[in-house]
Design a binder for this molecule. Structure first.
Ligand SMILES: Cc1cc2nc3c(=O)[nH]c(=O)nc-3n(C[C@H](O)[C@H](O)[C@H](O)COP(=O)(O)O)c2cc1C
Length: 316
């Protein structure tokens, strides 16, 4: 038996480590590279109804504690993404999570339907939480629990039985309440968190913001404590599997998210800072850790930092 195997909304992942949306998720070949590196599932770049060019460069800015990004949901549109997913599925057994977004609530349902007419991913992930598009679309949907619930219902109605994960942000009054609203609307899993902010960095020599978009979402090591806290609160609020995401670069970071209640662990910026080897390194660590602790699976660690431990199982 594979000790690292986990189940998210009925989908079997051979490792809890998941490629987070937006990093290496645009093409079948880059998804395949991540799967081959040891990811237990891969998430596509979020795609919408139409191709989107996104924000001008520089749009990605590394700094000591992570990244600022203002990619602005650049993507080829659902039809092209469906072709990449189908090609990936022909080349890899690793489950693929298709991330979709909409500019309006109705567009989320439409994007799900158009994607699923062409391909059947293992899971759909609804990105209600991109911090880079608020200037064009107003507040991110994630700021409004009722809007998240309506979007969840719309997508569930068109998902044709494919499980739906809702990707939440901390840019809301209470991430636990938002997760509850999504659960009541039929969400099968919660992914948390998206990048945080937006933030800004200024080049003191030219006295201007460095990103062309001026502001961008913060990700990487700086947000790990926020992600751990978010997963902790969501795990207490809803009995859904959680894909805990944010700031994971080291094995202990992944373990913290699992102990807070995550079933799976997303990695995005960790690929920029540590390379694709990050997946193999964390898998090896978790396997050794389980053996040392005399555990046959991650089940006993999931949510173990809660006292008393959560009553309900958080997988499946
Ligand atoms: C360059 C970049 C692009 C991203 N694009 C998306 C996206 O298209 N959809 C999405 O849901 N999240 C997107 N994210 C957010 C990540 O999936 C993740 O939630 C966030 O970065 C926190 O995880 P990390 O610290 O491991 O990167 C993006 C992040 C980065 C750094």
């Amino acid at each position: 038996m594979n000790p690292l195997a986990v189940t998210v909304a009925g989908v079997a992942f051979p490792s809890p480590l998941v490629l987070a949306s937006g990093v290496m998720g645009l093409s079948a070949s880059s998804l395949k590279r991540v799967a081959d590196a040891g990811a237990g599932a891969v998430t596509t770049k979020s795609c919408g109804l139409e191709e989107r060019k996104g924000h001008p460069c520089p749009s990605i800015l590394p700094f000591e504690h992570g990244l600022l990004n203002a990619v602005g949901l650049a993507n080829p549109g659902v039809e092209e993404m469906a072709r990449e997913i189908a090609e990936f599925q022909a080349r890899s057994p690793i489950p693929v999570i298709a991330s979709i977004f909409g500019r309006t609530e109705a567009e989320f349902g439409e994007a799900a339907a158009r994607l699923l007419a062409l391909v059947r991913p293992a899971l759909l992930e609804i990105n209600v939480s991109c911090p880079n598009v608020s200037s064009e679309f107003g507040q991110p949907f994630a700021a409004d629990a009722a809007a998240c619930a309506r979007i969840t219902s719309l997508v569930k109605a068109r998902a044709d039985g494919v499980p739906v994960a809702v990707k939440l942000s901390l840019m809301c009054p209470s991430i636990a309440q938002t997760a509850k609203a999504c659960a009541a609307a039929g969400a099968d899993a919660i992914t948390a968190i998206n990048s945080v902010g937006p933030g800004m960095l200024i080049d003191p020599h030219v006295r201007r913001p460095i990103l062309a978009n001026q502001v961008g979402g913060l990700s990487g090591g700086a947000i790990l404590p926020l992600a751990v806290r978010a997963v902790w609160e969501i795990a207490r609020a809803v009995p859904l599997p959680i894909i805990g995401t944010g700031g994971v670069t080291r094995p202990e970071d992944a373990l913290q998210l699992i102990l807070a209640g995550a079933t799976a662990v997303g990695i995005g910026t960790g690929i920029y800072t540590c390379g694709l080897e990050v997946f193999g390194r964390i898998n090896a660590f978790l396997t050794d850790w389980l053996a040392r602790e005399g555990l046959r699976s991650l089940d006993a660690l999931r949510g173990a930092a809660h006292h008393p431990p959560p009553a309900e199982a958080r997988h499946g």
